[in-house]
Design a protein around this ligand. Structure first.
Ligand SMILES: Cc1cc2nc3c(=O)[nH]c(=O)nc-3n(C[C@H](O)[C@H](O)[C@H](O)COP(=O)(O)OP(=O)(O)OC[C@H]3O[C@@H](n4cnc5c(N)ncnc54)[C@H](O)[C@@H]3O)c2cc1C
Length: 390
């Protein structure tokens, strides 16, 4: 059997490599990094993402490194109004798992190697000619029957025209604060209208250090990120403390702007994420703001759907089958993300007003809490279509 070439050793590419190797299909992964290295801070694996990790045998280790999340809640800074309150599952069967990217990456990377994947580092791909990948130095790979583009938001193989979103964030990783009143099993957020969002997310631990950690984030217009990076850290910390006193101790360890990673977001989707000999998964196929916390989960679902499509269809039909299985779920989440994001991250004064005075009371009226919980869990539509069963 000839190997499948995967561009991108991120969440989607690594999960796909594990699943394909477990099916007995050889894979070669290419990534531009010189040494294994994840970027950014933490993310939430939703129940659908945990399901994928369970299918590829990685869930138990993920849970041992991450923090179990049972609820997401957020309040408005001036009114104190609870604006977001989503419980995963009152019976406790379903939950999220917040984890540092380094822990998730380390685990998937080791799983891919253990499953037999070949991983080539320092392999920046700039394009493809037929079924060969083109490297930055102009050389070409051996031909692959199928190339999978898992190169994320900056993919050189994806023709997506994504729209840059006006708001981004700065993210950091800090020790969990002993004695804090913030719970270890909740994502907590605080909003000033829609122009700032402060967040504290428990993350579990790094792969090689048992110290409990948290992700902190501060959202702001992307046009203000450069000014934030050169501005006064103590002034910023004082502003955080004024808006949300309980969060202040988590922001206290930051002394330099370079302890926080700036992230900007974009929104877009390929109408047809496959063509002859090429399939796109994860952020290379669709991307959205992290407001609903679904991006990594989408990449994991894409990976499992594509692995199953490859297992059950001739290789030249696998891309179409994967797309059919995933398209309704992706469409729904792209649209919900597009609708929700401006209520939490925009210059609008009307949308946060509507959020607080109209949507919040509605969201607390049955059956809407159950619908919102399904949305966050990733289960509002069938995520894997006719490829649901393993
Ligand atoms: C600040 C922030 C917070 C987020 N929070 C959440 C959250 O809570 N929950 C959630 O589910 N999602 C979240 N996301 C989204 C999530 O991180 C992405 O959707 C997810 O990582 C996409 O996975 P991927 O495999 O498609 O791409 P990535 O994980 O980005 O991996 C892409 C890989 O491709 C490699 N690569 C890129 N270009 C090339 C090239 N030319 N040649 C070779 N290799 C290349 C990169 O080095 C990288 O290793 C967040 C995103 C951001 C920015």
């Amino acid at each position: 059997m000839s190997p499948i070439g995967i561009v991108g050793c991120g969440i989607g590419g690594l999960a796909l490599a594990v699943a394909l190797c477990q099916q007995g299909r050889p894979v070669v992964l290419f990534d531009q990094f010189d040494a294994p290295r994840p970027v950014g801070s933490g993310l939430v694996l939703q129940p659908v993402g945990l399901h994928v990790l369970n299918q590829i045998g990685c869930k138990a280790e993920i849970l041992s490194l991450g923090a179990k999340i049972t609820r997401m809640s957020g309040h408005e800074s001036t009114t104190g109004l609870k604006v977001l309150d989503v419980t995963y599952d009152k019976t406790g069967v379903e939950y999220g798992c917040a984890i540092h990217r380094a822990s998730l990456f380390d685990l998937l990377y080791r799983a891919a190697l253990a499953a037999g994947a070949e991983i080539q580092h320092s392999a920046q791909i700039t394009g493809r000619v037929g079924q060969r990948l083109v490297f930055a130095d102009g050389s070409r790979s051996a031909p692959f029957d199928l190339i999978v583009d898992a190169a994320g938001a900056g993919s050189p193989l994806s023709m997506m025209k994504a729209t840059a979103l006006p708001y981004g964030a700065v993210w950091g990783t800090v020790p969990w604060v002993a004695g804090t009143s913030l719970p270890w099993d909740e994502l907590r957020q605080c909003y000033r209208r829609a122009s700032n969002m402060i967040g504290v997310l428990p993350l579990g631990q790094m792969p090689d250090d048992p110290t409990p950690i948290a992700a902190i984030f501060w959202s702001l217009p992307t046009r203000d990120i450069a000014a934030w990076q050169t501005g006064s850290i103590p002034d910023w910390q004082a502003e955080v403390a004024r808006l949300w006193p309980e969060a202040a101790p988590f922001f206290a360890p930051i002394t330099h702007a370079d302890q926080m990673t700036a992230a900007s977001y974009s929104h877009g989707q390929l109408r047809k994420p496959y063509s002859d000999g090429l399939v796109h998964i994860g952020d290379a196929a669709h991307r959205a703001s992290p407001q609903l916390g679904q991006g990594a989960n989408m990449a994991l679902l894409d990976a499992l759907a594509l692995a199953r499509a490859i297992d059950r269809s001739p290789l030249d039909l696998a891309g179409e089958r994967y797309h059919r299985a995933r398209r309704n779920h992706v469409w729904l989440y792209q649209n919900f993300s597009r609708a929700f994001t401006p209520m939490y991250q925009s210059d609008s004064r009307v949308l946060p007003w509507l959020r607080d005075r109209v949507l919040t009371p509605v969201s607390q009226t049955p059956p809407i809490p159950r619908v919102l919980s399904s949305l966050v869990r990733g289960r509002l539509a069938q995520p894997l279509g006719d490829l649901t069963h393993g």
